[in-house]
Design a protein around this ligand. Sequence first.
Ligand SMILES: Nc1nc2c(ncn2[C@@H]2O[C@H](COP(=O)(O)OP(=O)(O)OP(=O)(O)O)[C@@H](O)[C@H]2O)c(=O)[nH]1
Ligand SMILES: [Mg+2]
Length: 240
Amino acid sequence: MNQNATVTLFIPTLNEVDGLKAIMPHIQPGWVDQILIADGNSTDGTLDYVKSCGYEYFIQSKKGIRHAYIEGFPKIRGEIVVTFSPDGNCITEAIPCLIEEIRKGYDMVIASRYKGSAKSDDDDLITGFGNWMFNTLIRLLHGHPYTDCMVIFRAYRRELFYELGLDREDSYWQEKLFGTVMGIEPLLSVRAAKMKKKITELPFDEPSRIAGHRKLQIVRWGLSYFTQMIYEGISPKYRA
Ligand SMILES: Nc1nc2c(ncn2[C@@H]2O[C@H](COP(=O)(O)OP(=O)(O)OP(=O)(O)O)[C@@H](O)[C@H]2O)c(=O)[nH]1
Ligand SMILES: [Mg+2]
């Protein structure tokens, strides 16, 4: 990846107007080449705010967080994508640091809430344990020592999304067993590890959510991701 590689900041939103208002002014326009808001049909004024700021946006047609990505990726013009949650969980100053690592040649860099002295004020015992368990599974099954395989805040080469088959419906069959729609980050992490991609993590704290509501479905997602991790452990696909 060259020094001039272009960057898209990809921001999924679902009823996140208060977070957006607080966080977006801290993002310096010069950091990225495109800001793309992927909205999941918000009803709290998120879109009014997005439009008033003139941000590029689209409204996803299928429900569920991963469809924001699958429908959004063809609209991403940057060669590097930074995925960002505008709910107060992601420290904006980390954005240029993540981009710099990809420009150095990494395929993916994660803003880890658990590397070194970094800490999360947002995770609770259950989500913290889930993250630790999935990191441990990936380390045991594929040898990659993630400290934070679940977090949304990360940067990667845009093409990695396609190279790892994250755009494919059949990559997420586990969700049907549990009646939900999964996110993409755990699969991105595990397949990047299986494919021996060049991955790094930088320590960044995760402050608490500043407003709005958590959309995470702990039980359904936990079960879906667990099934997905075990399946990826035995599947020969997407393995270097
Ligand atoms: N477009 C879209 N965005 C979503 C959807 N669900 C959540 N989001 C947004 O994605 C970002 C991350 O949300 P989640 O991964 O659900 O995390 P959270 O609700 O903040 O939960 P925690 O961070 O674990 O407390 C937030 O900006 C949400 O508004 C969805 O279905 N579609
Ligand atoms: Mg959050």
